[in-house]
Write a protein that binds this ligand. Structure first.
Ligand code: ATP
Length: 517
């Protein structure tokens, strides 16, 4: 399936099967805000559990918290968000469309990369087994020309962003002759900074309300509770605090479905370490996090690391884990070495001493922090994008047919099994109910008796249900059922009392965790 088509199909599929709805749809929607439906909420909860288990349950030195969305406004001054949480925006005067200026430039750079990839593919085709990719990339004149252009524009962009030089950012857009992707117009406004935090009021206006913000990241809730958790949990460095929660950003351009939302969820770990050991832990968490992603079983080549050229004001090293979404490789998770920036800032702004006393060495210090920060919604999107497939099937009569299947890893699938009586009579529905009443203590099950068994299997394939249990007339005689595997479509006859164990073995979260630990 072409990537554009795949993306359109994915969005339609997510709606049709109750995964994701546009927020406020009956009022024509609210831009870049989405609701999770009856299937979506289950998948989301399962992803959260997989992350929480991998962080908190599996690590003795990591604990979780759940902090409020509203926080004291001074926190955002201390963290730098009030002054520096900006994106450079630019408007096209003809189309009246608004863009992130750095995104326009990045997309332009991507075009040169696409040209390089095309030349590479041509070379491979032409020379077959004799093709030397390394030599080609180092010597082919077209490739070298395009590489030089990428390096030049990238270099200028990084410098301009670092220096907050908005005129230079506009100049790059002019020099590269970047046009509005919608209208083709090159009639641009100047570049302006735009703060991404949503503001609101705490208390009524008459009472002298104070301006507060909806948190743009969950991390600060962890930093300001560092002392509380360290003391009450008697935590010894190195240790981590994990949190899952909502974050809000007034994104300038919010396209690409749930990839860039104005209200989203993050899963963050702040890992506190002794100064000087942060690079060791940075490498450790890079490796652990990529293992976590790969444990889900999506194609490994869809993940890659991207090193940050421009470091955030607080970081001394940063990598992203990128995923190849239908619209290209994009950030899925950030792994940052944040130094002691945040704790030191909170120490300064709050006037409270935020330090760790090391009982072994007798020293006191402000801990350094390694952070892993992943978007829950973006992870959800990787699963939809990586698991939605259309399969050609050969029927027994030789005709071909297709089925749509959502190959979600069984441990994360919303519905673990469907229980289906072959016909709606002869006591089969009653037997099916009896089975479901037992299995529902362990798994989310679905009962379905409508339509032919083939159509019911297809419905479950499209939802992503890993197993279907069918009750037929033989069931009444020998207490056996068939269990059908979503991926292979193979059916096996098994004893009813063994069902719970068979399914548990296949859908347990432990299976995923064992791939990491
Ligand atoms: P981007 O460059 O894509 O705007 P970012 O570098 O600002 O992302 P971080 O501040 O590092 O993102 O946030 C950590 C994670 O939170 C990201 O890797 C991403 O998965 C998620 N995230 C950030 N912004 C959004 C958003 N608007 N919608 C959905 N998820 C988001």
């Amino acid at each position: 399936m072409a990537q554009d088509d795949l993306f359109k199909k994915l969005i339609a599929h997510a709606k049709e099967y109750g995964y994701i709805f546009q927020s406020s749809e009956i009022y024509d929607g609210l831009s870049a805000v989405y609701d999770y439906g009856q299937m979506g909420v289950e998948l989301k909860n399962n992803i959260k559990k997989f992350w929480w288990d991998a962080m908190v349950k599996m690590n003795e030195n990591i604990v979780g918290i759940d902090t409020a969305i509203f926080m004291h406004p001074a926190i955002w001054s201390a963290s730098g968000h009030t002054s520096a949480f900006n994106d450079p925006l630019i408007d096209n005067k003809d189309s009246k469309k608004r863009y992130r200026a750095d995104d326009l430039i990045e997309e332009h750079i991507q075009k040169y990369q696409t040209k390089i990839n095309k030349d590479l593919a041509k070379g491979k085709k032409k020379f077959g087994d004799d093709f030397d990719e390394k030599q080609f990339l180092e010597t082919n004149p077209n490739v070298l020309r395009n590489k030089a252009k990428i390096d030049d524009i990238q270099g200028r962009l990084v410098k301009a962003l670092e220096a907050d030089d908005l005129n230079e950012i506009k100049q790059i857009i002019i020099d590269c002759e970047i046009a509005d992707p919608v209208s083709g117009s090159k009639n641009w406004t100047d570049v302006r900074q735009f703060n991404l935090m949503f503001e609101t009021q705490l208390g009524s206006v008459a009472d002298g309300a104070s301006k507060i913000y909806l948190r743009p990241e969950t991390a600060q809730g962890i930093f300001v509770n560092y002392l509380n958790v360290q003391k009450t949990g008697r935590m010894k460095i190195p240790f981590g605090i994990a949190q899952i929660g909502k974050a809000f950003r007034n994104e300038i351009v919010a396209r690409q479905f749930i990839f860039r939302m104005r209200e989203f969820e993050q899963m963050e770990l702040q890992f506190f370490v002794k100064p000087g050991t942060e690079m060791k832990w940075f490498e450790y968490w890079k490796e652990m996090r990529i293992k976590w992603h790969k444990a889900m079983g999506l194609p490994e080549e869809k993940y890659r690391f991207h090193k940050h050229d421009k470091l955030a004001h607080y970081a001394n090293a940063a990598y992203d884990i990128e995923f190849e979404f239908p619209f290209g490789f994009k950030e899925l998770e950030g792994i940052h070495s944040r130094t002691d920036f945040d704790l030191s800032q909170h120490q300064k702004f709050s006037g409270k001493k935020i330090q760790y006393y090391d009982p072994e060495s007798g020293e006191s210090y402000v801990p350094y922090v390694v952070e892993t920060s992943i978007g829950l919604d973006r992870t959800f999107l990787t699963i939809l994008a990586g698991c939605l497939k259309e399969e050609e099937l050969k029927k027994e009569n030789g005709e071909s047919d297709t089925r749509v299947i959502l190959q979600i890893p069984p441990a994360l699938a919303p519905i673990k099994l469907a229980v289906l009586p072959l016909v709606k009579k002869d006591g089969l529905p009653e037997k099916a109910r009896e089975i479901i009443n037992e299995l529902k203590f362990d798994f989310i099950c679905q009962y379905d008796e409508k339509d032919s068994i083939g159509r019911r299997y297809r419905r479950q394939d499209a939802i992503g249900t890993p197993y279907c249990i069918t009750i037929d007339h033989q069931t009444l005689e020998d207490n056996t059922v068939t269990i059908r595997d979503r991926d292979t479509m193979k059916q096996e006859r098994v004893q009813i009392p063994e069902l719970a164990k068979i399914v548990e073995d296949k859908v347990s979260m432990k299976k995923l965790l064992k791939k990491i630990f």
